[in-house]
Write a protein that binds this ligand. Sequence first.
Ligand SMILES: CC(C)(COP(=O)(O)OP(=O)(O)OC[C@H]1O[C@@H](n2cnc3c(N)ncnc32)[C@H](O)[C@@H]1OP(=O)(O)O)[C@@H](O)C(=O)NCCC(=O)NCCS
Length: 166
Amino acid sequence: MFKEGIKYRKCDNGDFIKLHEINQERFINKTSLTTFKVGERLHRNTIFLAEDNNNAVGYVFGMGSQDNPEEGWIRQIAVLKKYEGRGIAKTLQKLCIEAFKSMRGVRYVGLSVEPGNKPALCLYKSLGFKIVEPEQVYETIAVNGKLAIKDYYGPGEHRFIMKKEL
Ligand SMILES: CC(C)(COP(=O)(O)OP(=O)(O)OC[C@H]1O[C@@H](n2cnc3c(N)ncnc32)[C@H](O)[C@@H]1OP(=O)(O)O)[C@@H](O)C(=O)NCCC(=O)NCCS
């Protein structure tokens, strides 16, 4: 698939290093190389890369749930700063959603998002994701009038849960 010269493809052997490099540029709380290696091995059907001239410029990291076959989960998405605002994340996320649709039993896609991450919230909303009330097992906190999971990623790291029905 092509868009403005950007090529999109499914994850292949060795891509974990490319994902990790983009992650290191885009996140303050960085993800380990091991996590991407495990992702490449176990979840490659729901990981996609965007490339410009064979250079990785973005990725989406999706994973099926091990205890709920109805759930697909988008673990992470990132696009290099230089490539933002061109619809790359939206295309990546659509590819991931389509991949989940083709997986037997998956009925919705979920994700967590930092309440203050406006670009990510706008991206997810533009694709039809809606903030949902967290499951009752979690302690919650109201942020901007919506319930988030309290301390999801450690003290003060609250997260909204968003879902999209397939
Ligand atoms: C969030 C991120 C992936 C968006 O990537 P992107 O390629 O620039 O996004 P797109 O160009 O595909 O934009 C998709 C939609 O989100 C909206 N959007 C993106 N950035 C936005 C911003 N800063 N403000 C408002 N809306 C924004 C776009 O308007 C677009 O909506 P539309 O199609 O209705 O116009 C990118 O900013 C990023 O990598 N951020 C750092 C990592 C991160 O926070 N990831 C998310 C948490 S895992």
